[in-house]
Design a protein around this ligand. Structure first.
Ligand code: HEM
Length: 457
């Protein structure tokens, strides 16, 4: 035990263990190692230094919390002390305004309460058919060779557009899809290149981003206005958000807030689900025994029929496959927070202002929690095995009050799409070389995932 020194050089009154971590370079600390190979770096420091690791990124200290109890402390127990970081907020705010993902405090709570009912299991069950319809249209398009990553991104974007607006899209769905993809690519770039000039500076990338925001604004405000004019009440997500009323004040969301939430749902909701599915196809192609077991379940339960939401509880193995794929490749592989006040996590001092990193990619692969963590083994998600693990050994959807609002929808979507695709096709990897995960905002296969599709007889 020793007295610790905080990032500003002051001595803490609390006597706690020194937090271990890599020393890094003189000026940049661990920044270059993190940028060169983020996944390798965060996994290695966890293995080498333990539950909480401290490293310097130029002038900032980062505290990486790996142990499930530490994750619980940040996301749940003491979540009020850990709002989203300034870094995340500054990148997302120009796009998503005060949307649910980055808003804080009273604004966040009001919005979460207004939006939660729209994501209730019964409400989202109504989207089951549009999900399988979109998957079937995709399958009709498929030729011998596909890029599974690109196909899943397009499919989940189609689903998001349909779930949000149903068919009532004034602008062409293609225009919306292009704008959303541009925004996602630009957000990715900004997370990878810290200190990118703010959006007001007219760089080519900023111009592209502003153009995409204008396109989406025009589309979203146009649809809202049309609905208000026609007094139309639909059953899509936008209608539910427009109909939502604050329990205390009876107030509805303003047009600006509706726009922020719609764009947030587009950004948070499609690429994550696409990557969960892409990695699932990849792992099934690598593990023929799991592929066979899944097919046997589909034949037994569905016998060729298009799956419905009511079928899903009867397809537990398919669901376990998806959960295991998200263990090895959690689409939202990292999240960060900023401590308001000093805190203690597992005996380590987190100073006020400290930047906290949490990564399901790391915790999901800790050898102290998972036997042979690199192995793909869907049986880890049998109810018996799940009941023996700590809650925060596995958290692909985060946890605590800010847990993903779309969790139920994402799982339902992935489950329905997996069952629909696998009944029609067998997917093989087109290339023999290893597929490398690329840590952008979401975790995706670098260079896409070329696959060969063979019709199932
Ligand atoms: C497999 C798919 C998905 C994964 C892995 C995922 C993951 C996550 C994670 C980890 C968080 C918490 C982030 C943090 O704590 O910093 C989150 C939040 C969020 N997600 Fe998802 N998500 C998925 C799908 C969806 C879908 C389908 C939607 C909506 C249609 C959605 C909307 C949101 C929103 C709005 C938040 C912010 C919630 C809040 O702060 O109150 N996500 N998601």
């Amino acid at each position: 035990m020793s007295t610790t020194t905080d990032s500003s050089g002051g001595m803490s009154a609390v006597t706690l263990r020194d937090t271990p971590g890599p020393r890094g370079r003189l000026l940049t600390g661990s920044m270059r190692d993190f940028q060169r190979d983020s996944l390798g770096f965060i996994e290695e420091v966890a293995i080498r230094h333990g539950d909480v690791v401290r490293y310097r990124m130029a002038t900032m200290w980062w505290y990486q919390v790996n142990h499930p109890e530490g994750v619980r402390r940040v996301l749940q127990e003491n979540n009020h002390n850990y709002p989203k970081s300034n870094l995340t907020a500054s990148i997302l705010r120009p796009v998503a305004g005060e949307g649910l993902f980055i808003s804080e405090g009273k604004t966040w709570l009001r919005q979460r309460r207004l939006m939660q009912p729209a994501f209730h299991r019964q409400k989202i069950a109504a989207f089951g058919e549009l999900m399988t319809d979109a998957a079937l249209s995709m399958l009709d398009r498929w030729d011998h060779r596909i890029d599974a990553a690109a196909e899943m991104t397009r499919l989940t974007l189609d689903v998001a557009t349909d779930a949000l607006f149903h068919a009532h899209v004034g602008e062409e769905p293609e225009t919306i899809a292009r704008a959303v993809s541009t925004l996602l690519a630009e957000i990715n770039h900004r997370f990878q290149v810290p200190f990118y000039p703010p959006i007001s500076v007219p760089t080519p990338r900023n111009r592209r981003m502003r153009q995409a925001i204008r396109t989406l604004d025009r589309a979203v405000y146009g649809i809202i206005e049309q609905r208000r004019r026609d007094g139309e009440e639909g059953d899509d997500l936008l209608s539910m958000l427009m109909a939502a009323r604050d329990e205390e004040t009876g107030a509805a969301m303003s047009d600006r807030q509706l726009r922020d939430e719609v764009i947030t749902l587009f950004i948070a909701g499609h690429d994550t689900t696409a990557n969960a599915l892409t990695w699932t196809f990849y792992l099934l192609a690598k593990h023929p025994e799991a592929d066979e077991r899944l097919r046997a379940e589909l034949v037994e339960v569905l016998d060729g029929a298009v799956p419905t939401v009511a079928d899903l509880p009867k397809l537990p193995y398919s669901r376990m496959v998806i959960e295991e794929a998200m263990r090895l490749y959690p689409p939202a592989w990292i999240t960060d927070r900023q401590a308001i006040e000093e805190d203690e996590i597992l005996g380590h001092r987190i100073p006020a202002g400290g930047h906290v990193i949490i990564s399901p990619y790391v915790t999901h692969r800790l050898p102290t929690l998972w036997e042979n963590p690199e192995n793909f083994d869907p049986d880890r998600f049998s109810p018996e095995q799940v009941s023996t693990r700590p809650r925060y050994a596995y958290f692909p959807f985060g946890g605590g009050p800010r847990q993903c609002i779309g969790k139920g929808m994402a799982l339902m979507e992935a489950h329905l799409i997996l069952a629909t695709v696998m009944q029609r096709y067998r997917l093989r990897l087109a290339a023999d070389q290893p597929v490398e995960p690329q840590p952008t905002v979401t975790l995706r296969p670098r260079g896409g995932l070329p696959m060969i599709v063979e019709p199932v007889s």
